[in-house]
Design a protein around this ligand. Structure first.
Ligand code: HEM
Length: 198
């Protein structure tokens, strides 16, 4: 597969996994004014925290030209701030784990792609939250909106690194699909229920 098509391939090959994630509770509650509540929101942030924590190590393998664009400390601290404000059940902590192929560069790019790419939907979600649920904290989504401003710079630096290291685009895309599946798996510890919003 052509390295120049890295991001087109990632987008295309993870499309179905992204749709599956959007259809999974608690993410499927977002942008729905009738069923969305603070509990579903808190749960989605717990799942995202599990993902962001798991992404720290693989992303750290990338060169500084990429990692300087990915402020994981700021994003994790924003997540912790929002989680501390929201109601949550400490006995329901999601676990993120995936079985990576032994291809560190491809895995690192896969995690960084899902990390950076999630800012695309993030800015839409933060606008929706601020309009429909102004009572909820949005530090995480605001920090991701900031990260999103680096999307083009991120893609350019990553493409350069992928060319230099002769990255296998197919493996990279397969790893990115696994990252999405890992998030879906982490979310499976939660069940939609009819308990009142709190
Ligand atoms: C509440 C659920 C979500 C919604 C409604 C949503 C929505 C979106 C939207 C509208 C885009 C932009 C598509 C475009 O510009 O063409 C996008 C892109 C993306 N989202 Fe999500 N998203 C959600 C959750 C997530 C999560 C939890 C992650 C991963 C942590 C994620 C990862 C990505 C990635 C990697 C892209 C970039 C695709 C690309 O352009 O290559 N999304 N999302």
């Amino acid at each position: 597969m052509n390295i120049d098509n890295l991001f087109q391939t990632l987008r295309q090959q993870t499309g179905q996994a992204h749709r599956n994630l959007e259809a999974t509770y608690p993410f499927n509650q977002h942008m729905r004014s009738t069923s969305f509540n603070a509990q579903a929101y808190a749960r989605s942030l717990h799942v995202l925290k599990a993902f962001h924590l798991a992404a720290v190590q693989p992303i750290a393998l990338l060169p500084a030209q990429i990692t300087k664009l990915i402020d994981d400390e700021h994003v994790l601290s924003a997540l912790n701030t929002d989680i501390a404000i929201l109601p949550s059940n400490s006995d329901e902590l999601p676990v993120f784990s995936i079985d990576n192929k032994n291809a560190p560069a491809e895995t690192a790019i896969a995690f960084s792609y899902v990390w950076m790419g999630s800012s695309m939907g993030g800015s839409i979600i933060s606008k929706w939250l601020q309009k429909h649920h102004p009572e909820l904290p949005v530090n995480y989504y605001l920090s991701m909106a900031g990260a999103g401003s680096q999307w083009e710079a991120y893609k350019a630096s990553t493409l350069e690194y992928a060319r230099e290291t002769n990255v296998d685009v197919a493996v990279c895309a397969a790893e990115a699909v696994k990252v999405f599946e890992g998030i879906i798996q982490a979310a499976s510890c939660y069940q939609a229920d009819n308990s009142p919003s709190n």
